[in-house]
Write a protein that binds this ligand. Sequence first.
Ligand code: F6P
Length: 553
Amino acid sequence: MLKPVDATTTPAWATLTQLHQELEPDLRSWFDSDPDRAERLSYELGDLFVDLSKNLLTDEVRDALVALAEQVDVPGRRDAMYAGEHINVTEDRAVLHTALRRPATDSLTVDGQDVVADVHATLEKIYAFARRVRSGEWTGVTGKRIETVVNIGIGGSDLGPVMVYEALKPYVQEGLSARFISNIDPNDCAEKVKDLDPETTLFIIASKTFTTLETLTNARMARDWFLGALQAKGVPTEGAIAKHFVAVSTALEKVEAFGIDPVNAFGFWSWVGGRYSVDSAVGTVLAVTVGPEAFAEFLDGFHTVDEHFATKAPAENVPMLMGLLNVWYRNFFKAATHAVLPYAQYLHRFPAYLQQLTMESNGKSVRWDGSPVTTETGEVFWGEPGTNGQHAFYQLIHQGTELIPADFIAVANPAHPTKDGDKDVHELFLANYLAQTAALAFGKTAEEVRAEGTPEAIVPARVFAGNRPTTSILAPALTPSVVGQLIALYEHITFTEGIVWGIDSFDQWGVELGKKLALEIAPAVGGDEQALSTQDASTRQLIARYRAERRDA
Ligand code: F6P
C-alpha cells in the first residue's frame, strides 16, 4: 500500500510554519499597496468567478501551499482517483463519482468494465422513467397523474436530493412537487404524508445499501400509510405498489426482497460514495421533477469543474487552492470551523449538504495506512443564507475571538427580479453580500469610530479588527449547471484537504458504532429487562425515566 506522505515533515510545511509566524495580516495595506491584488488572486472556474483576494494570503504563502500540494502529491492522488484506483483503502474501493458526469462519448475501463457506458445506460433508464412520469404516461393505480414524488432516504440519499431540489425550484415542472422523508422520528413521515393523495403520490426509496434502519423503517411506514389510504378510498390495492414505489440502490436483490419490482429500480455502484451520489441514480427525484434536460445540464456542470481540477496546475487550480487555503487556516491559524454563506435563498440547504460532504469525509484521526494523523483534520462546516445569518451569528464572525474563514456565494441574476419602489431588491441583497466581506476584511479602526462622535467608553465595542478571511464566489445565475459546479468545487476542496492530511476521505467508520448500539439498546427501551441490565447507569436511568414518562407504550 502506498503510504501517505506526512505533510508536517515536508519542506513546504516548514516554510508555511515560518511564514505564519512572520505574517502580519493587514488586508487594508495589502490592497492599498498592491492595486493588482484583487485581479491577481481571482480565478474563473466554469461559470464561477472566485475571488480569493480577501484571504490571509500572500504570494509567498500561495507558493508554499502549492509546493505543499506537490510534496504530498495531490495531483498524483487525484489522477489515481480519476483512473479508478482503489484509493478508498479501508473499504478497498475505487472512488469514481467523476465518472458519473463524464459525457457518453468518453469511456473508462475499471476492473474490466466500461463504467461510463454503465452510467449512461442507467441515466437513459432514469430519463425514460422521468419522461413518463412528467408526461402523465406513467400513472398511479387509478390512472391519475403523479403529482407528488416522495424521496425516502437519509444522509447522502437525502441531503443532496433535498438541497438540489430546493436550489432548482424554479425548474420544477408545474403540477409536480417533491417531499423528503429522512428521519426515523415517526413525526417526519407522519407530517410528510398526512395531506397526500395516495392515488397521485410516487415514493422513491433511495438507499445505497438498502439496509439503513431509518430508510427501511420509513419505507415500511410509507407503504403501510399508502395501502391504508388507498383502502380508505375504496381503491383495490392489487398491483398498486408497482405503480407507486420505485427504488434507487446498489443492492437490487434487497430492493426485490422489499417488494419493489426490479424493473422499477435504478442502480448505481459501490464506487459511488453516499455523500458523492446526488449525481447518480440517487438524483432520480430530481430527474423527475426538474426534468432530464436540466439533470443532464447539472451533470455537465460537475464535469466542467472535474476537467478543471484534473488538468490545471496547482497554482491555477481553484478547488486545490481553496482546499489548501482551508489547510492553511485549519492547521496554522487553528481555525476549527468554516462558514459557507450563500446569498441565494434557493441554496438554503447547501451548508447542511456540505456538512456531510466535508465532515463525514475528513473527520478522521487516522491516516489511510492506520497511523495517527499528525495534525488537526476536518473543520466544522456550517452556515445559513445571507442576509438571515447577518441578524443571527455574524456578530461572532466579525468580533468574536475565533478566526472563522467564510465563503460567500451569490448569483448575478435572480430567478424573480423584483422592485421595491424604484429599488431593485436583488441589488440590495448583493450590496449586503459585498458589504459583509468588505467589513470582515477591512474592519473599522478606533479612529474611525471616534470620528463618528462615538463616546469614548463604547469605542472598543464598536471597533472591527478586520483581517477576517473570506472567499467570494459569484455565478451568473443559479442554473442546474452552476449547482453542479458548486458541488464539484466543494467535493474537490474536500479531496485536496484529505490528501494533505493523508486520510481516507471516502470511508465513514465513525457512524457505525452508534448504529450498532441503537440496535442493541432498542429492546431495553421497549422494556426487555435483560437488555436493560447490560446498559450503563446513565443509559438505564434515562430509559427508566422515558418509560415512566411515556403514556401510550
Ligand atoms: O451515515 C452513514 C451513511 O452510510 C452515509 O454515508 C450514507 O449516505 C447514509 O448512511 C445512507 O446510506 P444508504 O444510502 O446506504 O441508506
